[in-house]
Design a protein around this ligand. Sequence first.
Ligand code: PBG
Length: 321
Amino acid sequence: MFKRNRRLRETKYIRDLVRETVLTPSDFIFPIFVVEGENIKEEISSMPGNYHFSLDRLHEIIQEVEGACVRGVILFGLPDHKDEVGCGAYDKNGIIQRAVKKIRTISKDLVIITDVCMCEYTSHGHCGILDGTKVDNDKSLKYIAEIALSHAEAGADIVAPSDMMDGHVAAIRELLDSNGYKDVLIMAYSAKYSSAFYGPFREAANSTPQFGDRKSYQMDPANIREAMREIDADIEEGADIIMVKPALSYLDVVRWARDRHDVPVAAYSVSGEFAMVKAAAKMGFIDEKAIAMEMHLSMKRAGADMIITYYAINLCKWLKE
Ligand code: PBG
């Protein structure tokens, strides 16, 4: 005697009935890069189909996002000017702050998430304030919290700190609450690894560190127990949503996070994951749609409640077909 597991796979309708995981348009968040200037819609060479948008053309992508029924966007800004302390990041009239206000006039419902970090705004390209060549954790906290507050004031629904400083969620929560932004959510990039998969993003966001690397604050790809300590700390400090980033090579981390906590878990399928699929598809080596669907399904199966992905619009369109 043996088990006839294939019975459950015999017909499409049976397979439909027993399917454990499904993707829906409400799973996805789309990243958008905004730049200073006018009349700009410029393709990012390493991320085909993704563009730099100036504010006056932002409505084009927002309408596309809404048309596809994507529920949220996460914004990254490229300022005109960088300095030691990244003051463009918390400028009330900065690129992100204006982008948030603009999007709110275009869409009432879209969830607006902002990436809270300094690397696009600092002349040295690190995610915090320097003391010599070291990133000073505690000095950075004040700035990180100010950035988050300026995003909340502009109308962001969710602030997403990606700096990997210790104590950042507590610092942000405290400043938001004391300024009356008790309802603004925090999505913490809790388990953010020091990853080569960010390569295309750094080109897109012009945020490559000018010296050294990010290994003293982003996590070692070898560690998963440490990721749980990062996640525990962020939840204790008040994170509403935790994130694992990158996604595809870190599905075990997503699963551990899901099994350990009840809070929503986000996975960020990063620029390098997208670029690899695009490049292989262009070469004719793989079926882009099938690969993209399978990748994102595996992220959801691993336990992600939501996925930040450059494929968000495409996936929504494919799911409607
Ligand atoms: C900012 C930030 C990065 C990404 C998201 N926020 C880059 C980095 O940490 O170097 C990467 C996103 C991607 O690769 O798609 N700190």
